[in-house]
Design a protein around this ligand. Structure first.
Ligand SMILES: [Zn+2]
Length: 92
């Protein structure tokens, strides 16, 4: 009956920078492990790089192409939003 040993286990290392990420919820933790998600600061770096890449990609394309790309980005962010780092607020 010792299922509640999560108290000290809800943290993991960021796969990018090896910083320890703390989780307030087991489900967040599980999802993060499943997604191999990075820490907040790496996620932001990721975003910056992605946006720059998109700006470059966009330029020679038609409007229709742009729409498709921004839809893809939206989708990507919807997936990203599923990650737990939004729940890292210690007051949560
Ligand atoms: Zn990181």
């Amino acid at each position: 009956m010792r299922k509640r040993h999560w108290k000290n286990r809800k943290n993991r290392k960021c796969p990018d920078c090896s910083r320890v990420i703390y989780y307030t919820r087991k489900d967040s933790f599980d999802r993060a492990v499943g997604n191999n998600s990075v820490c907040k600061s790496c996620a932001q770096t990721d975003r910056k790089v992605t946006m720059e890449t998109i700006e470059k990609m966009k330029q020679p394309k038609t409007v229709e192409h742009k729409r498709k790309i921004s839809y893809g980005v939206q989708k990507w962010w919807d997936d990203k939003r599923e990650l737990d780092w939004q729940r890292l607020d210690p007051n949560n």
